[in-house]
Design a protein around this ligand. Structure first.
Ligand SMILES: [Zn+2]
Length: 395
């Protein structure tokens, strides 16, 4: 059997062609895009366009590139990716620049693949680890997880301007920390199970080490970085967290593997109750669920719950809008989280729907008890289930 395994699953690590991060680097975007294509299409939403248009236009002008913006439709569906690809083909574009949050970036990748051209990620928030990967999450029109879509290549360029990240609402950075903390929890489980990663092989030592490094950096820097971003400051802690959220977590999740945290996230998107949360916030509920399923040491779970609660991440079903959800709603979450193709089956032990249901219910009890013990306020239910944040619900 060992021979078969070796043939089926070699070790693999994949990565973007270039990663550039720093304060003000958006002004250099043209210089970095020019070697990749001469006819770029910039996919973005109205809010990000307003913030970046002058800088991007000047940067492209200096690099001798034409400036063509295309407005993102709002939800990263397969139909939206086809529409953007058609626009790119009609205009003779040879590279798509996804400028904004995770949803824009994932759509840019899908459209680039549809059109047979290259693509570039320019995240304006550090809310997810989507920018570096060779995959997109495809959503339904209703905003529920539909599937992962895999590409032959990672983006040719990922460029992150840390001043833009620091100017964005702090909630995005915090959500990115939630997404990035899951990376190590999931990668170590995938490694224990010798399961395949999103890169299509067993994890390399490098992939595992990057996932772990992301975790270590966040425990050290997340609190001061969040305080700095509240004041729109770019400090070394902010630079470290942006790198952990974007590059390290991106390489770590893709080449280290996903487990239960993201599967539970996907399950949570199946019910409208949770749609007020962004991706990394739902992932945090998933991370706690996975730690419970793994029977991680109690002290470790409690430390994780307290740390993420202090950062402002949801740690209870109440905050996820599911505090008074009936069994049927939770069953719908669990059914989606344990679908046969879900990454929850990468855990080193079998997981049933009942196991996940009870672990989810335990999240509520644990979250409340840790908050009480730590002197944190009781968890609050969302004020309105219709308060949706339009970007950044992506992997
Ligand atoms: Zn994610």
């Amino acid at each position: 059997m060992a021979e078969t395994t070796a043939i089926r699953a070699p070790r693999s690590l994949i990565a973007p062609g270039r990663y550039v991060q720093g304060r003000g680097v958006l002004a250099e975007l043209g210089r970095y895009v020019a070697p990749i294509g001469s006819m770029p299409l910039i996919l973005t939403d109205a809010v990000v366009k307003e913030l970046t248009e002058a800088t991007v236009t000047e940067s492209f002008r200096r690099a001798g590139l034409p400036v063509r913006f295309e407005k993102f439709g709002g939800i990263p569906t397969a139909a939206e990716a086809r529409r953007v690809a058609d626009v790119a083909v009609e205009r003779g574009c040879d590279v798509i620049v996804g400028l904004g949050g995770g949803t824009v970036i994932d759509t840019a990748k899908a459209a680039g693949d549809n059109a047979g051209i290259r693509w570039v990620s320019v995240p304006t928030v550090a809310s997810t680890d989507a920018p570096t990967s060779a995959l997109s999450v495809v959503y339904t029109e209703e905003g529920a997880f539909e599937s992962y879509r895999f590409y032959a290549r990672n983006p040719d360029l990922v460029l992150v301007d840390t001043q833009l990240v620091a100017n964005a609402p702090v909630r995005f950075l915090v959500a990115g920390v939630g997404d990035a903390l899951a990376t190590w929890i999931e990668a170590r489980a995938v490694q224990r199970a010798s399961a395949t990663t999103m890169a299509g092989g067993l994890a390399t030592h490098a992939g595992i080490a990057l996932a772990r490094l992301s975790w270590d950096i966040l425990w050290e820097n997340a609190m001061p970085a969040v305080e700095a971003v509240r004041q729109n400051l770019v400090t070394p802690a902010v630079e470290a967290v942006v790198e952990a959220n974007t590059l390290l977590s991106g390489l770590g999740f893709e080449s280290g593997g996903l487990g239960a945290a993201h599967a539970v996230h996907d399950g949570l998107t199946a019910v409208p109750h949770t749609h007020h949360l962004v991706h990394g916030e739902k992932v945090n509920i998933g991370s706690i669920t996975q730690l419970i399923l793994e029977a991680a040491p109690t002290a470790e779970i409690r430390r994780f719950v307290e740390f993420t609660a202090r950062l402002g991440l949801p740690t209870t079903l109440t905050e996820a809008g599911l505090g008074d959800a009936d069994e049927e709603v939770l069953r719908a979450v669990v059914a989606a989280a344990t679908a046969p193709e879900e990454t929850i089956h990468n855990l080193p032990f079998p997981v049933s729907a009942d196991d996940v249901l009870d672990a989810l219910k335990a999240v509520e009890v644990l979250g409340r008890s840790v908050r009480a013990e730590a002197g944190l306020p009781e968890p609050q239910a969302p004020e309105s289930l219709r308060t949706r944040v339009p970007t950044a619900r992506m992997a």
